[in-house]
Design a protein around this ligand. Structure first.
Ligand SMILES: C[S@@+](CC[C@H](N)C(=O)[O-])C[C@H]1O[C@@H](n2cnc3c(N)ncnc32)[C@H](O)[C@@H]1O
Length: 326
């Protein structure tokens, strides 16, 4: 079997320029702890990287999903960020992402561990015809994020993703709490105590621009067009901390600008990124400028980030053998 060469590598992972359907068969079965990804959605108005039509979407995606199921460890998770779509020509919503969820569980064998929602307050209103012109719909600003697992018991620890307590909560913890029954019937007891932070909910509120500041700056500096559909780094960061431990392996098979790889690098997780558009992967190297020096972490067995002639640390194109391939 011919081994693919990474397009570039960092101290913890490798990015591949390939169609993930071609590359995934070469990754060892049961070797991945988390698949964190955002595929092209079934959009009516297509993005420059191509989108599959709603009618073909489920069968198209299941080709990928069967590989995901094989690659995951038994306690592994598959987190899918997926946007909804409108029915072409009428003001109703497509059901494609709900149908996909059902097919992933019924046909591929995944379990729905929990559904999450990413609310992006900065999303533009569309389609203009229904929202701005006829004014019969409101702006759609939520993506679904399906957390799926190979078994009903995926590895997860919400203590790794606690939020800082709100000022009200901090006050309560300081002053104490009188036990009482809430109108909902919940009994709040004296046991109420400081547990280091509040348990997050299944709703993310964040835009997708600020989090990518340095990446966008470098794209501008180098005159390169940024990836048109990035997710905010908070999204992969949350699931990486929630569902994996340091040293675990995370795969993004629709890597785009490799937001996932960068989040893994910060969190000390190994990563594999696969993207089929060269220009996106080229620019994604900007994300690794602040990687560790080249002699760090030799035990990871992957190629570290090298310093470029501009004096910054940059990921380099390499021909070394990749991580985890047979
Ligand atoms: C929504 S974007 C992912 C963006 C990414 N989450 C980020 O933050 O930059 C989907 C990406 O999947 C890539 N893609 C589509 N089909 C692919 C395939 N078969 N193999 C690898 N990449 C693919 C597209 O080129 C596109 O960059």
């Amino acid at each position: 079997m011919i081994h693919p060469s990474p397009f570039y590598s960092s101290s913890l992972g490798s990015a591949y320029l390939a169609d993930s359907l071609d590359l995934m068969p070469q990754i060892e079965q049961g070797s991945i702890n988390l698949i964190m990804t955002s595929p092209p959605f079934a959009l009516h108005f297509k993005k420059e990287y191509g989108n599959v039509d709603q009618g073909d979407y489920i069968s198209w995606f299941l080709n990928f999903a069967r590989h995901y199921h094989r690659l995951l460890r038994d306690d592994g998770s598959f987190v899918l960020d997926i946007g909804g779509a409108w029915t072409p020509g009428q003001p109703t919503r497509s059901l494609y992402h709900f149908e996909l969820l059902i097919a992933l569980c019924r046909d591929v064998g995944f379990h729905l561990a929990q559904e999450f929602f990413w609310y992006n307050p900065g999303k533009l209103p569309s389609p203009a015809e229904w929202v701005n012109v006829r004014k019969i719909r409101v702006k759609d600003a939520v993506n679904c994020v399906w957390w799926l697992s190979k078994t009903p018991w995926p590895k997860a620890n919400n203590q790794n993703v606690l939020n800082e307590y709100s000022p009200d909560m901090k006050r309560l913890l300081e002053k104490g709490y009188k036990p009482k029954t809430r109108p909902s019937g919940h009994i709040i007891t004296k046991k109420f105590k400081d547990r280091g932070g509040s348990i997050p909910s299944n709703v993310f509120i964040c835009g997708n621009n600020d989090a990518n500041g340095p990446y966008l700056e470098r794209c501008k500096e180098e005159g390169v067009k940024p990836h048109p559909a990035r997710f905010p780094s908070q999204l992969p960061s949350f699931f990486i901390r929630f569902l994996t431990d340091p040293g675990d392996v995370v795969l993004d098979p629709f890597a785009g600008s490799n937001t996932t790889g960068q989040a893994c690098e910060h969190a000390g997780r190994k990563w594999i990124a696969i993207e089929r558009e060269r220009s996106y992967l080229e620019a994604s190297r900007f994300r690794f400028d602040l990687g560790p020096p080249e002699d760090e972490n030799p035990e990871h067995g992957v190629v570290p980030v090298r310093a470029s002639n501009s004096g910054r640390h940059r990921a380099k194109q390499r021909n070394d053998q990749p991580l985890l391939f047979e």
